[in-house]
Design a protein around this ligand. Structure first.
Ligand SMILES: *Cc1c(COP(=O)(O)O)cnc(C)c1O
Length: 805
C-alpha cells in the first residue's frame, strides 16, 4: 500500500470520527495531532507484525536493549520522515485546514529520561531499526517524565510532566502479554522427586502491562518496538486475599503498583539509594526477562539455546538485576543446573558503563535485598561467593578480593555484579574506555582483558541533522546527494568544498536564517529578544559541577568587567545561551542556575552591554528545544573537567550542525579532535592525566592571589549583582571547599587557558571565511558520530549479529 496526501487525509478524518467522535471542522490541534499519530501507528503496527514473523521464522538472533530511560522526544515528524511520508502528511494536514507546523508543535516530548544516557537509547533504537537488526527496547512507562522547568525569580521550579494526556497516541497496550512481578515474602525449599524445589510464598504481586511503541527505521520495511512496562495492581480488590482475611496485603499490592511506574527519578549521573528506585529496577528487569524468555520458549521450546538467539545489552548498571533474574528463571523455573544457567547468562548479558563519578556508582544495602527480593538475594550471594573464589584464585590478594567483591560490608555493588556476570563491558568513548581498563576496573581487566571493549557513542544523524536543519540538508544533497542519510561517512565528500567561496557563503546564510528562526521561537516561548547579530555561544546539558557551567559564567563575568573598564573597546558581540535542568535535590546546581539568571539580569540591563553582550537562560531544556537550537548554534561549549565526561553526545549534535567546539580533551572530544585537528576546534585546559595528578596538593587559593582577572571575577561572585543576591557560597566552595575538596573540578586551574581559547574563538569569528571553512570541516567529518556507526560497532564486536551495510 502506498500512501498519498489524499489517502492520508481520508485516514485522518476516519480516525477523528472513530476515536474522538468529531469532524475535521470540530477537531482541536491536539486531536489532529493524535489522529495523525494513530494513522502512522497503524502503518507501523502492520509492519511490526511482519517483522516479528520474519525474525521468528528465520530464527534470527535478537538484541534486547534495556534502559531505565528512553528520552524519545517527539515522534510524529520523525516517524513521518522515516516512513517517507513527511510531505504527504504535511499536505494532508494543510488540506484539512490546519497549519502543519502548529500540529507538529502540539506533540509533547516523551521525556522518559534525564539527559545523554536516555537520549542515547532513543538514538540507538532508531539506528538498530535502520540497520535492520531485530531489536527491542525496554523501559518503564512512567506516568510523569522528567519534570518541566520553570524559572521564577531566577530560580528553578519543578512542575509535573503529564505527557500521556496527548502523548499516548503512540502507545499500544498489550494486556494479553502481562507479566507478574513478585516482591517480599519468604523463600522455602522442599524436596520433590529428588529435586530441591525453591518455593517463594507470601509475596506481594504487581502486574506489568506492556505498552508498545513501534519504531520506524529509514529506508527499510523493518519496524522494531519499544516496550514500556506499566505497573498495575492485580485486582481492584483481591477477593482471594480478602476472603482469607489478608486485606492488608491486598491494599499493599494496590499501593505498590500505583507508585512503581508513577515517576522517573530526576537524577542524572547520580545514584539514589531509595527503596522505590530498587522496586522500579526489579519490576522492570523481572517483567522484561519473563517476557523475553517466554517468547524464546514459544519459538524454540527450550531455554538451553537462549544465549545463541538473544543478547541483552544493559544501559549502565540500572538493569543489572537481569543477571540474578535470568539465573532465577533458568534454575527455579526451567530446572537447569547452576553451571548451565551461569553459562547461558554470562553469554547473553553485556554491560555499558556510563560514568566514572563515584557518586553515580550504584551500591544497595544488603538488608533491602533481603526483605524486598529474598530469592534474588540468595542467588546474588551464590554469584558473589563463586566470583570471590575466582578472584582469590587469580590474585591471592585480600585487598583485591575486597575491591572486586559483588557483596561487601553489607552492600551490593552493581558494577562488580555486571563485571562478574557480563560477557562484555564497554565504555562510551576511547578515553573513557581506557580509564575503565587502566583505572576504575583495572583488576578485573587484568583477569579478563578480552571482555573490555569500547563503543564510542553516536547520535541519530537523520534526526539531528537532516530533519531539524532542512537548510543544511538541502545544501548537502545538492553537493553530494542523499547517500549520506544511510552512510554518514559520505559527509566527508563535503571536505573539498572548503575552498569554494560560494558554498561557504551559503553555509553562513543558512546559519543566519536558523538563528533568526530560533530567535522568533525563543521570543514566542519566553519573550526574550535575542541579538541575532551576535555569536550564538551555547552551553546546553544537565547542570552538574563536573560539566563546569560555572567556568563559563566566570569567563562571562571577566568579559563584562573588561567592557566596564573600556566601554568603547572593539568587542565582537556575543550572546551566551544556557539551558540546563538541575536535579531537584542538588542544591549547588540550583544555585548555579540562579547565578546565571542573576548575571543575565545584570548584563542585559546594563546599557554598556547593549548590542555587545547578552546572557540568556533558556527555560526547560529538552529534546524539542535542542532540535530548534542546534541548527542555530555557532559555538559549542564542551568544557567538562578532563576525565569526567564519559562521552557527551551534545558535542556531536553541535558539530553536525556546523558549530565550532571550545572544549577540553574529554570524552568524545578526543575523537573529535583526532578528525578535526587543532586547526578546526578550540582546545584548552588540562588533560585527563594532568587533571588526575593535579587533584593531589592542588591549591586554588594560590591561583586566586596570582591572577588578577580571576580574582576580580571571583570577588564579583561574592558581591553578587544588582538583584542583591550574594554567591559567597559558590565562592567559598571554589576557594576553600565546603564539606568537599576546594575546587574539585579544577575550574581555577583551567581558567586562564579557557579565557585564552575564548579569545581565539572571537578572533577567528572576525574572519568569516575562515570560520565558515572550519564549520564546513566540522560537518564533513561528523560522520563517525552517527549512531549507525556505534550500532555497527556493537553488532561487530559484542552482539555478533548481521546488519544492513
Ligand atoms: C543530547 C542531549 C543531552 C546530552 O547532552 P550532553 O552535552 O552530552 O550532556 C541532554 N539532554 C538533551 C535534551 C539532549 O538532547
Amino acid at each position: 500500500m502506498t500512501y498519498t496526501k489524499e489517502t492520508l487525509q481520508e485516514a485522518i478524518v476516519q480516525k477523528l470520527r472513530l476515536n474522538y467522535g468529531c469532524t475535521e471542522k470540530q477537531a482541536t490541534d491536539g486531536e489532529i495531532m493524535k489522529a495523525c499519530a494513530l494513522v502512522l501507528r497503524d502503518i507501523m503496527a502492520e509492519r511490526g507484525v511482519r517483522t516479528r514473523e520474519e525474525v521468528d521464522s528465520q530464527e534470527k538472533r535478537k538484541v534486547h536493549y534495556m534502559s531505565m530511560e528512553f528520552l524519545m522526544g517527539r515522534s510524529l515528524m520523525k516517524n513521518a520522515y522515516n516512513l517517507e511520508l513527511l510531505e504527504p502528511l504535511t499536505g494532508a494536514v494543510e488540506a484539512l485546514g490546519f497549519k502543519a507546523a502548529d500540529i507538529f508543535d502540539m506533540e509533547p516530548d516523551a521525556g522518559l529520561g534525564n539527559g545523554g544516557l536516555g537520549r542515547l537509547a532513543a538514538c540507538y533504537l532508531g539506528s538498530m531499526t535502520t540497520l535492520e537488526i531485530p531489536a527491542t527496547g525496554y523501559s518503564i512507562c512512567y506516568e510523569l517524565g522528567i519534570f518541566k522547568q520553570k524559572i521564577v525569580d531566577g530560580q528553578q521550579v519543578e512542575l509535573p510532566d503529564d505527557w500521556k494526556n496527548l502523548g499516548d497516541a503512540w502507545l499500544m497496550p498489550k494486556p494479553q502479554e502481562t507479566e507478574e512481578v513478585h516482591f517480599g515474602g519468604k523463600v522455602r525449599t522442599r524436596w520433590d522427586n529428588g529435586h530441591l524445589m525453591v518455593v517463594h510464598e507470601d509475596y506481594t504481586r504487581v502486574l506489568a502491562v506492556p505498552c508498545d511503541m513501534e519504531i520506524a527505521g529509514y529506508d527499510t520495511q523493518q519496524v522494531n518496538t519499544l516496550r514500556l512496562w506499566d505497573a498495575k495492581s492485580p485486582k481492584p480488590i483481591d477477593m482471594k486475599l480478602f476472603s482469607e482475611g489478608q486485606y492488608l496485603r491486598a491494599g499493599e499490592e494496590r499501593a505498590m503498583a500505583d507508585v512503581i511506574s508513577k515517576v522517573l527519578y530526576p537524577e542524572d549521573n547520580h545514584y539514589e539509594g531509595k527503596s522505590l528506585r530498587l522496586k522500579q529496577q526489579y519490576f522492570f528487569v523481572s517483567a522484561t526477562m519473563q517476557s523475553i524468555t517466554r517468547q524464546h520458549i514459544q519459538t524454540y521450546g527450550t531455554l538451553k539455546n537462549f544465549h545463541e538467539k538473544n543478547i541483552i545489552q544493559i544501559n549502565d548498571t540500572h538493569p543489572a538485576l537481569v543477571i540474578p533474574e535470568l539465573m532465577r528463571i533458568l534454575v527455579d523455573d526451567a530446572g537447569l543446573s547452576w553451571d548451565e544457567a551461569w553459562h547461558i547468562t554470562t553469554c547473553s548479558v553485556a554491560y555499558t558503563n556510563h560514568t566514572v563519578l563515584a557518586e553515580a556508582l550504584e551500591c544497595w544495602p544488603q538488608q533491602l535485598f533481603e526483605t524486598l527480593l529474598p530469592r534474588v538475594w540468595q542467588i546474588l550471594q551464590e554469584i558473589a561467593r563463586r566470583w570471590q573464589e575466582k578472584v582469590e584464585n587469580f590474585y591471592h590478594d585480600p585487598e583485591k578480593t575486597a575491591k572486586m567483591a559483588v557483596i561487601w560490608d553489607g552492600v551490593v555493588r552493581m558494577a562488580n555484579l555486571c563485571i562478574a556476570g557480563g560477557m562484555a563491558i564497554n565504555g562510551v568513548s576511547a578515553l573513557h574506555s581506557d580509564i575503565l581498563r587502566h583505572d576504575v576496573f583495572r583488576d578485573a581487566c587484568r583477569m579478563e582483558p578480552e571482555k573490555f571493549k569500547n563503543v564510542t557513542n553516536g547520535v541519530d544523524h537523520r534526526r539531528w541533522l537532516s530533519q531539524i536543519n532542512p537548510g543544511l540538508d538541502g545544501l548537502i544533497r545538492e553537493l553530494i546527494g542523499d547517500g549520506y542519510l544511510t552512510h554518514a561517512g559520505h559527509l566527508q565528500e563535503l571536505d573539498p568544498y572548503a575552498e569554494d567561496g560560494a558554498v561557504l557563503a551559503r553555509l553562513e546564510e543558512i546559519k543566519r536564517c536558523n538563528k533568526e528562526t530560533f530567535a522568533r521561537w525563543a521570543y514566542r516561548q519566553q519573550g526574550v529578544q535575542l541579538n541575532t547579530d551576535a555569536i550564538f555561544n551555547v552551553q546546553v546539558k544537565r547542570l552538574h559541577e563536573y560539566k563546569r557551567q560555572l567556568l563559563n559564567v566566570l569567563h562571562i563575568i571577566a568579559l563584562y568587567q573588561q567592557l566596564q573598564d573600556d566601554p568603547d573597546m572593539d568587542f565582537p558581540p556575543q550572546t551566551f545561551l544556557f539551558g540546563a535542568k538541575a536535579a531537584p535535590g542538588y542544591a549547588v546546581a540550583k544555585r548555579i542556575i540562579r547565578l546565571i539568571n542573576s548575571l543575565a539580569d545584570q548584563v542585559n540591563n546594563d546599557p554598556i552591554c547593549k548590542g555587545k553582550l547578552q546572557v540568556v537562560f533558556l527555560e526547560n531544556y529538552r529534546v524539542s528545544m535542542a532540535e530548534m537550537l542546534m541548527p542555530a548554534s555557532e559555538v559549542s561549549q564542551q568544557i567538562s573537567t578532563a576525565g569526567k565526561e564519559a562521552s557527551g553526545t551534545g558535542n556531536m549534535k553541535f558539530m553536525m550542525n556546523g558549530a565550532l567546539t571550545i572544549g577540553t580533551l574529554d570524552g568524545a572530544n578526543v575523537e573529535m579532535h583526532e578528525v578535526l585537528g587543532d586547526e578546526n576546534m578550540f582546545l584548552f585546559g588540562l588533560t585527563a592525566e594532568e587533571a588526575s595528578h593535579m587533584s593531589r596538593g592542588y591549591d586554588p587559593y594560590l591561583l586566586y592571589t596570582r591572577d588578577p582577572v580571576l580574582r576580580r571575577a571571583l570577588d564579583q561572585l561574592k558581591a553578587g549583582f544588582r538583584d542583591g543576591v550574594s554567591y559567597e557560597d559558590l565562592y567559598q566552595r571554589l576557594l576553600f571547599g565546603v564539606d568537599c575538596p576546594a575546587d574539585q573540578y579544577l575550574l581555577l586551574a583551567d581558567f586562564a587557558s579557557y579565557c585564552a581559547a575564548s579569545q581565539r574563538v572571537t578572533d577567528t569569528y572576525r574572519d568569516r571565511e575562515k570560520w565558515n571553512r572550519m564549520s564546513l570541516h566540522n560537518i564533513a567529518r561528523s560522520g563517525i558520530f552517527s549512531a549507525d556507526r556505534s550500532v555497527a560497532d556493537y553488532a561487530d564486536t559484542i552482539w555478533h549479529v548481521p546488519y544492513k551495510k
